[in-house]
Design a protein around this ligand. Structure first.
Ligand code: ZN
Ligand code: ZN
Ligand code: ZN
Length: 468
């Protein structure tokens, strides 16, 4: 096998041998890889950090010239499992910490937040045409009419969950691709309106006027979008009710059941305006909505958080084909199921329409129209990803684990040069993958040892969501 790295023409094994013979050898390289969190495609930076000494002379604090290959490796930090599993695991851990802090305290949120009513919701997209599916009784579409294209909208099969045909339309010509893309593009606005409606509805159920409800109550939430097999987004959210102005204080006198009822009523009634003058229909949720009250037990709150966090690392397709933005339309060589390709191409085409210019769909064709972040939260819900990263950096610096992080903590000035992304050779990438696997197994063994040693549940930072 020829090397796929920039130094093509060499055998990976030659690169491995060269690495082992280099100054510091394997250990020096492995240390760099571990410091970059075993990232699969780290950013390579060269440069130095300087500060001013007591007499005004420049003092070099850190120089990449002292490192193997004279570069610092910085983790890519992606949330996408398909791009970089080690970085996605870190992201998922952070997502869990963020969600769980809003449910049971920690990270600056008091523990008695547990007494605030909270629910776990799932809202779905409406139908844009019949697709192959697996209903609870195992059937797909045992009966159906013939469509205008002459296709019988019937499927008598019983699909396994893993069947790739699930989510594909029975008649692609009937499928409302534009509607599907515009729903994905407008789902954040639909969610925003849903929370406003739900707050008023909650007030109404509790005997408050709209004004009173808006003045005294607040819905804090964290939401994650998940792509269904048919390429439309689902929204999973944890919603908590607080007193406005005293969000961390005592809980309002409403129950979780009341909150659940208010959200369901809102989901049924709410709509958002069509995204452009050319599109007629207002956006609405699909008929399948699910709202479950999260109890105040520690276990229930952890499970709700783990459930929400697990969706935060998924992309718009399971294989990661759509992990990157397109430059000039959907490339022909991309191996995409026809349905997903049609969605992405529709999104790209809608991106040309002046009346939809504000949606900037060329930037979001790879996510079938869904714009922006997969995980978002309201401001008061809990801590932020930024704060969690800062805390982790501080911990690493205090425990002497990170030169690169020391750099960004320092009040000194750094001059950096971007040298590239990924390992310099296939041999290095092989070695790094081996180091990552050893680390993962080490963590798993440590976690199992701890679990074995104590009958109590594991601490949050080492929860199974990190090591599974
Ligand atoms: Zn990475
Ligand atoms: Zn079917
Ligand atoms: Zn048809």
């Amino acid at each position: 096998m020829r090397s796929a790295g920039p130094d093509t023409g060499r055998w990976p094994v030659d690169d491995v041998v060269a690495r082992l013979r280099a100054p510091g050898g394997y250990e020096a390289f492995a240390e760099r890889v571990r410091q970059a969190g075993c990232c699969r495609r780290p950013v390579r930076l060269s440069g130095r950090v300087t500060t001013t000494g007591p007499t005004g002379q420049p003092v070099v604090l850190f120089d990449t010239a002292t490192l193997p290959d004279r570069v610092l490796l910085k983790a890519c930090g992606t949330r996408r499992e398909t791009l970089c599993p080690p970085c996605a695991a870190v992201y998922r851990g952070d997502a869990f910490a963020l969600v769980v802090a809003g449910l049971r305290g920690g990270k600056g949120i008091p523990d008695d937040i547990t007494s605030h009513p909270a629910v776990l919701t799932t809202f779905t997209a409406p139908s844009f045409g019949p697709v192959h599916r697996r209903r609870s009784d195992g059937t797909c579409h045992p009966t159906g009419l013939r469509c205008p294209h002459g296709t019988a909208l019937v499927c008598g099969r019983r699909h396994a969950d893993s069947d790739p045909v699930v989510g594909q339309p029975l008649c692609p010509d009937c499928y409302d691709y534009e509607g599907a893309v515009l729903f994905n593009a407008g789902v954040s606005e639909l969610w925003r309106r849903t929370t406003i409606y739900a707050l008023r509805e909650l007030g109404r159920l509790a005997g408050l006027s709209v004004r009173q409800a808006e003045r005294t109550l607040r819905l804090s939430y964290v939401k994650v979008v998940e792509f269904q097999r048919r390429g439309s987004v689902h929204v999973h959210a944890v919603v908590r009710v607080d007193h406005r102005g005293d969000e961390d204080g005592s809980p309002p006198a409403v129950s979780g059941e009341l909150l659940a009822g208010a959200l369901l009523a809102a989901a049924r009634r709410v709509s958002a305006p069509p995204p452009g003058p050319g599109s007629a229909a207002r956006l609405r949720w699909g008929s399948q909505a699910d709202v479950a009250v999260i109890g105040d037990s520690d276990d229930g709150r952890r499970r709700a958080a783990a459930y929400t966090a697990k969706y935060a690392c998924k992309g718009s397709d399971a294989d990661g084909v759509l992990d990157h933005r397109f430059r000039g339309g959907v490339p022909h060589h991309l191996e995409l199921p026809a349905h997903l390709r049609a969605l992405a191409e529709t999104a790209w085409r809608l991106g040309d329409r002046p009346d939809l210019g504000h949606l900037r769909l060329h930037l979001w064709a790879h996510t079938c129209g869904h714009r922006g972040h997969f995980l978002t939260k309201s401001r008061r819900y809990s801590t932020t990803f930024g704060q969690l990263r800062t805390d982790r950096q501080r911990w690493r610096v205090e425990h002497g684990h990170a030169e690169g992080d020391q750099v960004s903590e320092s009040p000194a000035t750094g001059q950096w040069r971007f040298e590239g992304v990924g390992y310099r050779s296939t041999g290095d990438a092989w070695l790094a993958a081996g180091i990552a696997e050893a680390e993962r197994l080490g963590r798993r063994a440590a976690w199992e040892d701890r679990r074995w040693a104590s009958a109590t549940s594991p601490e949050p930072g080492s929860s199974p969501v990190e090591v599974s």
